[in-house]
Design a protein around this ligand. Structure first.
Ligand SMILES: NC(=O)c1ccc[n+]([C@@H]2O[C@H](COP(=O)([O-])OP(=O)(O)OC[C@H]3O[C@@H](n4cnc5c(N)ncnc54)[C@H](O)[C@@H]3O)[C@@H](O)[C@H]2O)c1
Length: 280
């Protein structure tokens, strides 16, 4: 029997095929959990050189299995509520239970690099173009508005609503939602991403009240400027950060470990900024 903290538990990570989600998945697997990845593209780590070069196996599920636990990869778009419910059911059937859910899938874009026609994922790093969208609070293009709210807010809510019945039956569980520093501070321009991420903080509080009586903790992590392939190298913006550096995936994964384990047993409804003091 493994002495690891999450041995015998099952964790689910949306958007776990690359970037922060992959980091969370590997961290939870390292703690002994069996891990299911729900991602619209299970090969998403192919897209940016940053993640491609870090990989230790052909797929994230292969990387998870190499840590000695079971892995399940399901191709699912979290904006499709029925598909999310089916996928969560498959995880519960296949791995036996759901103890931890990290609702990480998201981003502030109309189309990721791997969705754009003509994108050439195998060569080089496209740069931080995936973060760039435009609009104002009084005039935001419809595709951007709906897409960004769907991926970030609705996808998070659909995932929470799909795992809740399983956790309620177990009378235990840890849900981690994902906001952003963009959800707690206003920006010069308007971006529906901030609105979606702010709503996730509110939803986290409401869900914590709803599920607390069942022994389920619901908390939120709000990263700042974290180096992923999608975001690119943001070093020049580190002067805005109190700690004078951008964050790493590990910086965030440590906080997810706190929120997914007994270390946070009496914490619920909270949002933890992991931004190096960027938000004042
Ligand atoms: N990188 C940062 O600095 C930063 C800062 C604040 C918040 N965040 C949040 O953290 C999360 C992860 O960010 P990242 O930088 O690792 O992004 P990323 O683009 O590298 O990874 C996102 C993953 O989610 C998947 N995904 C996207 N839309 C999906 C959908 N509709 N259904 C299923 N899977 C989907 C992608 O395929 C990808 O594997 C996002 O919610 C993002 O908003 C990131």
């Amino acid at each position: 029997m493994s002495g690891k903290k999450l041995a015998g538990q099952v964790a689910l990570v949306t958007g776990g095929a690359r970037g922060l989600g992959r980091g969370y998945a590997l961290r939870l697997a390292g703690l002994g959990a069996d891990v299911a990845i729900l991602d619209r593209n299970l090969q998403a780590a192919e897209v940016y050189a940053f993640e491609r070069e870090q990989r230790t196996a052909g797929t994230v599920t292969g990387e998870i299995e190499a840590l000695g636990v079971r892995a399940l990869g399901l191709q699912v778009d979290v904006t499709d509520r029925d598909a999310v419910e089916r996928a969560v059911g498959e995880v519960a059937d296949g791995l036996g239970r759901i103890d931890v859910a990290v609702c990480n899938a998201g981003g502030g874009t109309v189309a990721f690099a791997d969705e754009r026609a003509g994108a050439a994922p195998a060569t080089g790093e496209p740069g931080p173009v995936d973060a760039g969208t435009t609009g104002t609070a009084s005039d935001c293009p419809q595709d951007m508005l709906l897409r960004v709210l769907d991926i970030n807010l609705m996808g998070c809510m659909y995932t929470c609503m799909a795992v809740a019945p399983h956790m309620k039956t177990q009378r235990s569980g840890k849900i981690v939602t994902v906001s952003s520093v963009a959800g707690v501070e206003g920006a010069a321009g308007y971006h529906p991403y901030g609105t979606a991420k702010a709503a996730i903080i509110h939803y986290t509080r409401a869900l914590a009240q709803d599920l607390g009586p069942y022994g389920i903790n619901v908390n939120c992590i709000a990263p700042g400027l974290i180096r992923t392939g999608r975001l690119g190298d943001q070093q020049e913006r580190a002067k805005r950060v109190a700690l004078r550096r951008t964050g790493t995936i590990e910086d965030c994964a440590k906080v997810v470990e706190f929120l997914a384990t007994d270390l946070s047993d009496y914490v619920t409804g909270s949002t933890i900024l992991v931004d190096g003091g960027m938000h004042r």
